[in-house]
Design a protein around this ligand. Structure first.
Ligand code: ATP
Ligand code: MG
Ligand code: MG
Ligand code: MG
Length: 445
């Protein structure tokens, strides 16, 4: 017989108390100087990220992602996961090392040219470091002998490093040679269903950018060497953007200049508006592929009449590390980072008084406050840092906090020692300053 063991609720171990991360201990090397190898700082997101120790240059187009930036990236990935799961996406992870065989099958081994990192294994077999994964995922699908139509749409995605030997890696994470991409691939029973999937992914991309609080445009795009017939890019308007966009002042139709709209001044959609040019950073790209890959790899499913049929595909990319840098690029000022609230590395920074100051006793209050806030609400768990560099003035630390862009800074001073203790709270987004009790602070956060 079988017994199910249930433990009484009281014995469920509670989560451990998290001590507040200490700014003095964060690995955040900020000694980077302009002109140093790998740091031709050509845009302010790159300069801010290098100078605040979020990233550190390695070889051209490759960076060390340091702890503070990685926190932000992990939050971004969680947000993307949430949206992908909401439309039925299933997360996988495919090898970065891809056999040339697959790429020859699709005809892209030659086509990719110098952008592809190619290598030989010890048996002299040819490989590449995956720049994208249409071939791999289609091969995976095709390896299933009988996929019922009832299993479709199938949406598989991954968040992995991609490798592209870019001619000009630049702007830090905006154009790297090794970068993170979220790539999703869809398999459907027919064109109609595939287009429905296509639109639902486009909608989820819009939601991701909305939730990040970014201004974005969806533009008609060329499908490049990926192929397919329908394609859109998600662009963040920005002067340093490398893509030129045409936007109709009348109907809002937008296109990348790489499409047929080139040289046009009149809108092809409404035929009355004029197209004006602007620049954007491409942060996402969607493609309806039809049967381009599924035909070549014999990616079949069994349809309702029990007959094998070729699946219709789509593919959908989001530049994870590019979104991280691009949001800093478009939201920050020249000398201070602003994060989309949802992906700020830490939500709150608590500043105790300078060592030896009149309010010295408030140091303990600050330590307790950061510990209790950081263990209070679920959304604040681990999110409260303590800037314990008490040999530095409050002013100097405030300046650092401003550059790093914590959404909230809490200064613990003389007023924290009064009978009704209060704290100076600076909301960096709005620049507003207020004095709040601990309860008021918890309410605010
Ligand atoms: P670009 O036109 O900027 O070279 P792409 O069109 O070659 O980009 P896609 O193949 O559409 O890129 O890849 C999907 C997404 O991956 C892009 O929309 C972008 O956000 C991101 N991406 C592409 N190349 C890079 C890169 N070198 N560094 C960082 N992110 C990149
Ligand atoms: Mg490219
Ligand atoms: Mg492009
Ligand atoms: Mg693209």
């Amino acid at each position: 017989s079988c017994t199910i063991h249930t433990s009484p609720l009281v014995s469920v171990p509670s989560k451990p108390t998290i001590p507040p991360p200490l700014v003095s201990r964060l690995f955040q090397p900020s000694n980077f100087r302009e002109g140093q190898e790998g740091g031709d700082m050509t845009c302010h997101s790159q300069r801010l990220m290098l100078q605040t120790g979020l990233i550190h240059p390695s070889n051209p187009g490759c960076f060390y992602y340091l702890p503070v930036a990685l926190r932000s990236m992990e939050k971004l990935v969680r947000l993307i996961d949430e949206e992908m799961h909401a439309i039925g996406g299933q997360k996988i992870d495919m090898p970065a090392l891809c056999s040339a065989e697959l790429w020859k099958k699709s005809g892209r081994w030659e086509l990719m040219g110098k952008e592809m990192f190619r290598l030989l294994d010890r048996h002299n077999a040819e490989y590449c470091l995956g720049p994208t994964h249409e071939e791999a995922v289609t091969e995976l699908f095709a390896s299933q002998t009988t996929v019922s139509y009832r299993k479709l749409p199938l949406l598989l995605y991954q968040v992995t490093r991609k490798f592209r030997d870019e001619q000009k890696p630049k702007f830090g994470l905006l154009r790297g040679r090794e970068f993170y991409m979220k790539d999703m691939y869809s398999f459907d029973i027919n064109e109609e269903a595939a287009l429905q999937t296509y639109h639902s992914v486009c909608q989820s991309y819009g939601r991701i950018f909305d939730r990040l609080g970014l201004k974005w445009v969806q533009v008609q795009a060329a499908s490049g060497n990926i192929g397919g017939t329908l394609s859109h890019e998600f662009q963040l308007p920005a002067d340093i953007g490398e893509d030129q966009l045409l936007v109709c002042g009348n109907c809002g139709f937008s296109a990348n200049i790489e499409t047929m709209e080139q040289g046009q001044t009149e809108c092809s959609q409404c035929q009355t508006g004029t197209l004006t040019e602007s620049k954007g950073i491409e942060v996402g790209h969607t493609f309806y592929l039809g049967a381009k890959y599924s035909q070549a790899f014999k990616a079949l499913f069994v349809n309702a009449s029990n007959v094998p049929a070729v699946a219709e595909m789509g593919c959908f990319g989001l530049g994870v590390t590019r979104i991280l840098a691009a949001s800093i690029e478009v939201m920050s000022s020249e000398d201070a980072i602003r994060w989309p609230g949802l992906i700020a590395p830490y939500q709150v920074c608590v500043l105790p008084p300078k060592k030896g100051s009149k309010a010295n006793e408030a140091t303990l209050v600050a330590e307790k406050l950061s510990q209790s806030l950081g263990n209070s609400l679920p959304n604040l768990r681990g999110e409260v840092v303590l800037d314990d560099r008490v040999q530095m003035t409050i002013g100097k630390r405030l300046k650092d906090a401003k550059v790093l862009g914590y959404p909230y800074v809490v200064v613990v001073g003389q007023k924290a020692l009064e009978d009704l203790p209060s704290f100076e709270v600076i909301c960096q987004q709005s620049g507003e300053t207020m004095f709040l009790s601990k309860e008021g602070l918890v309410d605010l956060l």
